[in-house]
Design a protein around this ligand. Structure first.
Ligand code: AMP
Length: 470
């Protein structure tokens, strides 16, 4: 763990850096990209860019230069900041290193000058986040200061953050989850955070006794559960565990509660909208759901004609609220497919509300399997498979089929001590699923392909399965 900063120091450092960035010629609406390792300095830079009205592009440090090039070509930044030691990245922008020392670093611009900060308004662009898992031309979601402020204040209220909270920060700082959920809850409420650069179980166990809130993706929690030092005593001070970015299995919820006595609070959001729904802080949390819409956020589930469907029926999830972005960067042609004429954003998720208004997500609409004309929602099948003895987790996809159009195929990950027989699993699933939902084939794999936020990469999985067949 590195050195800490007080709020006074954070304020002073980010103001000084913001003034220097403005003096270097960056104005409101100019893009500034940064591809830097996670550290307290990243938080300073993030705040400095918010203060000077620039539109910031936080980039995943593990992106290769070719990926970064594609995003920079789209965003056209005036300034690019990278961690030291990376290869120089040529382009019509000024390139600086994050290093506090040496030529061409952020420190250099500090000595170049210091200007007054501009007046930034709620409608000004604050961040350009490229959506994860895109194929083809990158799509940058432009979030305004108003969007970010609305999201942060809603979460602080919903999860009752106070200055005495200490958040264990184990998420990346280039994604909405780590930046606009975790870090902004802390900064908006005057709480503290312990910033860990990577997911390291030893460091987490050392920090946990002083923390009151943990936010993570489901994989973080399953990894913690593999360590027997992770006990109720180890997290005695933690009042709130939040999970999101990917679905958490009912089994993980149950195992977590059995081990720690705590119930994980699952919430739902996305890059374009920040947070949308959350299980309640006080009140029943329902595993397998993401809770009701957050205050101020409207969520509806609709049919193909954008007409709301009844509770219990699956529909496309559409959302509205002060947290929802206004469109993709320089992609006006996407406006019609992204928003309805009356302003609802089409999330691309499928879900159903229960009678109490809790939302259950059943998969991305592009992952819906249509077999013989019938819809199979992946999570309906996955939750049955996950509950079978010996299954750790599963993923269901549709593969091309000459008879059915698509056929349901499941990949399951087995508990290492148990040998899973696909036919036995199919038989067991048959008693709990309709015939057309039962996977035609079950493939046992060691692990599922996941991205950095713990999401199963279904497109990659489909390709792998198709390749195996050919
Ligand atoms: P991203 O833009 O990378 O944050 O991804 C957003 C997507 O992650 C959403 O549209 C959902 O498909 C998925 N997602 C987020 N939170 C959850 C959750 N709690 N359960 C299931 N899927 C989730």
């Amino acid at each position: 763990m590195g050195a800490g900063l007080t709020y006074g120091q954070l304020d002073e450092a980010s103001t000084r850096l913001a003034r220097a960035i403005v003096a270097s010629g960056i104005g409101i609406g100019d893009r500034v990209a940064y591809q830097v390792d996670k550290s307290v300095a990243t938080v300073v830079l993030h705040l400095a860019l918010l203060r000077c009205g620039a539109i910031q592009l936080p980039l995943n440090p593990s992106y290769a230069d070719a990926e970064v090039d594609a995003l920079l070509a789209d965003a056209e930044p005036s300034l690019v900041i990278r961690s030291p030691g990376r290869s120089p990245l040529g382009g019509p922008w000024r390139l600086l290193t994050m290093d506090a020392m040496g030529h061409g670093s952020l420190r250099d611009i500090m000595s170049e000058g210091s200007d007054e900060l501009p007046a930034v308004t709620a409608d000004d662009g604050a961040a350009l986040l490229y959506t994860s898992g895109t194929t083809g031309r990158p799509k940058g979601a432009l979030l305004s200061h108003g969007n970010l402020a609305a999201n942060a204040q809603t979460l602080v209220d919903a999860w009752r953050f106070t200055p005495s909270d200490v958040l264990l920060h184990i998420l990346p700082l280039f994604h909405t989850h780590g930046l606009f959920v975790a870090a902004h809850c802390v900064l908006t409420s005057g709480a503290s955070m312990v910033l860990l650069p990577t997911f390291d179980i030893d460091e987490i166990l050392a920090a946990l006794p002083s923390c009151s809130v943990v936010m993570g993706v489901p994989t973080h929690y399953t990894r913690l559960l593999t360590d027997e030092r992770f006990t109720a005593a180890a997290c005695a001070r933690v009042r709130l565990f939040v999970s999101g970015s990917a679905p958490m299995t009912q089994a993980t919820h149950a195992e977590f509660t059995a081990r720690t006595g705590a119930e994980i609070l699952e919430r739902y959001g996305m890059t374009e909208t920040s947070m949308l729904a959350s299980n309640p802080l006080a009140g029943p949390r329902r595993p397998g759901t993401v809770g009701p819409p957050l205050p101020g956020v409207s969520i509806r589930t609709v049919d193909e004609a954008d007409r709301p469907v009844m509770a219990g029926q699956v529909g496309d999830v559409q959302v509205r609220g002060p947290n929802v972005f206004s469109g993709y960067w320089r992609r006006p042609e996407l406006a019609d497919e992204s928003f309805t004429t009356d302003g609802w954003f089409r999330t691309g998720d499928l879900g159903r509300f229960d009678d109490d208004g809790y939302l259950e997500l059943v998969g991305r609409s592009k992952d819906l399997v249509i077999t013989g004309g019938l819809n199979v929602y992946p999570t309906d099948v996955e939750s049955v498979l996950d509950s079978l003895p010996g299954v750790v987790e599963s993923a269901v996809v549709g593969l091309p089929d000459p008879d059915f159009g698509e056929r349901v195929v499941a990949v399951v990950v087995a508990n290492p001590e148990i040998r899973l027989e696909p036919e036995v699993l199919r038989e067991a699933a048959r008693s709990r699923l309709a015939g057309y939902q039962v996977p035609k084939e079950i493939v046992v794999m060691k692990s599922l392909p996941r991205n950095v936020m713990g999401k199963v990469e279904k497109a990659a999985l489909r390709n792998e399965l198709v390749e195996r067949e050919s």
